[in-house]
Design a protein around this ligand. Sequence first.
Ligand code: PLP
Length: 371
Amino acid sequence: MTKTFYPPHRVLMGPGPSDVSPRVLEALGRPTIGHLDPAFIGLMDDIKRLLQYAFQTENELTLPVSAPGSAGMEAVFVNLVQAGDKVIVCQNGAFGGRMKENVERCGGTAVMVSSEWGAAVDPGKVEEALLANPDAVAVAFVHAETSTGVRSDAKSLAALAHQHDCLAIVDAVTSLGGIELKVDEWEIDAIYSGTQKCLSCVPGISPVSFSPRAVERIKSRRERVQSWFLDMNLIMDYWGSGQKRSYHHTAPVNAMYALHEALSILEEEGLEQSWARHAQHHHTLVEGLEAMGLQMAVAKESRLPQLNAVKVPEGVDETAIRNALLSDWNLEIGAGLGPLAGQIWRIGLMGHSADATHVRLLMAALQDVLP
Ligand code: PLP
């Protein structure tokens, strides 16, 4: 006999997903309509407008890919990288490594600029790589490295890319809505994000945006994009505005209701206010953790407010604490990855989870479960 699945009521303070607002969950349950219904087409236009606001861009090619952040990442690389292209890939955590994979699977060469896990991408090293590789076509980096809780200087890195006539490709999965991000002002050419972090929407959608320069590159490709599903030339006909929409795939209609609601919440609050709220609760959290004798793992100037990496104290069992938080407090935090496994906890204050109640709950829970 099949049984209905009822998830436990968790408080999500890990690396994502974050707690989803009840408004977003309610939107998800509204009646499904056809994805070419005129009412849905109107919704698509409004989602594009709201995404342009969230990304701070007027890029026409701004839309949600119907799949998670990894698909947004892949959409950017398969459209912009062709066989033989050289791309400078910055790696300071887990997700830069995935960019390398993507470049190589597109037949390109990834020139790696590696920084220690827990440090920001070093613009000096990126410049050296650009000088040594004048034939590079793009620079790719992660704005907010979720695996370590580090913010890199997207504005400077994008400017460097342009000085060397390269496209700037940015992973903003964890940054969108949580920290300052200005796609047009910083002249970012291609960017992808996720819905399950600071937008506090359900997982499974990836907002992307391409500058006119990037669109030009896509339209003048030598070869077809190897992925049919992610080929922006085809998706443009489905998500383009002011023209007849042609069927490409069936959009996840209800997930789009949820995304529209999450973006409307962001617009109501205001982008700057959302950045300020993340910063405010991050400061309270850090003060509280330090008062308990815990130490942050990342230097102050590179810390992400939405992803707080905390050192596991000597002699404390990292996994046992996380398990106790989950079983006794229904509270999820994240573990360290790669070289930081066992050494840090990752505490998310993302979107709907970035408020005073979450911070107080975590402090109380940690005091309870720490030896
Ligand atoms: N890039 C970064 C920085 C991420 O944090 C994540 C997910 O945590 C991804 C990419 C991949 O996104 P998804 O898990 O939605 O596919």
